[in-house]
Design a protein around this ligand. Structure first.
Ligand SMILES: [Zn+2]
Length: 202
């Protein structure tokens, strides 16, 4: 993760008038990723400290898209509660070191930091070491992903490449491409070819 130098402009704190501000409050010194996409850092969603973390040895070759298969979240309050639930489930029930995903994206287009950039996740067996796992919050067998969540993904990946966390020629896949699972849900999976096209244009 990149550290923020106090005094540098914080593009993290842009917000839409009317939205609750406390979601995007930033404490200097906390790891943040700078650029045009707001990433809600772990502290802002009250993440529990990881038990352990392993740094990736090189930029990710693959980006694996997941869904949480839980309720669609479009409100910060619901999202934060779902994040806490997922972290608890991953750590306490599955025995992971932390929430499994690198990032999660809610229906309102907010990106939440999971393990973040450059940290090996626990989201796709045998593929974790060289991939980034990004989960859309909802069940996309039933729901349609919002356009703001899709555009947040594109911006996040663009920034990931710019900052060297992801290889420029990375491969975008769905979890079902690498494992026997319905994840990321048929509606989200069906959009992956379009997302790949959009990424080419960035
Ligand atoms: Zn998955």
């Amino acid at each position: 993760m990149e550290r923020h130098t106090p005094g540098e402009p914080l593009h993290m704190e842009r917000h839409t008038p009317g939205e609750p501000l406390d979601m995007e409050r930033h404490t200097p010194g906390e790891p943040v990723d700078l650029n045009a996409v707001a990433v809600v850092c772990r502290r802002a969603w009250n993440a529990v400290e990881p038990r352990d973390r392993t740094e990736m040895k090189s930029p990710a070759q693959t980006v694996i898209i997941h869904h949480t298969a839980l309720r669609f979240c479009a409100q910060p309050r619901e999202s934060v509660s779902q994040l806490a639930h997922i972290q608890h489930m991953h750590v306490q029930e599955r025995g992971f070191d932390d929430i499994g995903y690198n990032f999660l994206i809610s229906g309102d287009g907010t990106v939440y930091e999971g393990r973040g950039w450059g940290i090996v996740g626990a989201h796709a067996k045998e593929h974790n070491l060289n991939s980034v796992g990004i989960a859309f919050m909802g069940n996309f067998n039933n729901e349609m992903p919002s356009s703001s969540s899709l555009s947040a993904l594109l911006r996040l990946l663009h920034i990931g490449v710019l900052h060297g966390h992801v290889r420029p020629n990375f491969v975008l896949v769905g979890h079902r491409d690498v494992a026997k699972t319905e994840c990321p849900g048929k509606n989200l999976y069906a959009l992956l070819p379009k997302l790949r096209d959009e990424l080419q244009k960035l």
